[in-house]
Design a protein. Sequence first.
Length: 116
Amino acid sequence: QLQASGGGTVQAGGSVKLSCGASGNSFRFNIMGWFRWAPGKERELVAFITTGGVTNYTDAVKGRFTISRDNAKNTVSLQMTNLIPSDTGVYYCNAILHGTTPRFEWGPGTLVTVSS
């Protein structure tokens, strides 16, 4: 199961680092992504990282979020800086099957609330 952690409440302009680990799955063979489920919106992919470390971000978070991975530890992280209220949502990690389609069942997300 994929377990995200590190969320909390932070003021606009602040930073949060999310982490995700898994048992029974091997990250090293998968493209890994962070998804965000904001209030009133569909869950969206905000960042992903390939097995070789190539990263990609949705325009809304470019320059503010950094995704990284540690294949030896089966973990993936999301460093979030200069947060804005629209970053509020539940964040999930998952492997990516293709496009923005998740590979595995969703694990518990972690809530990030950005106050203005």
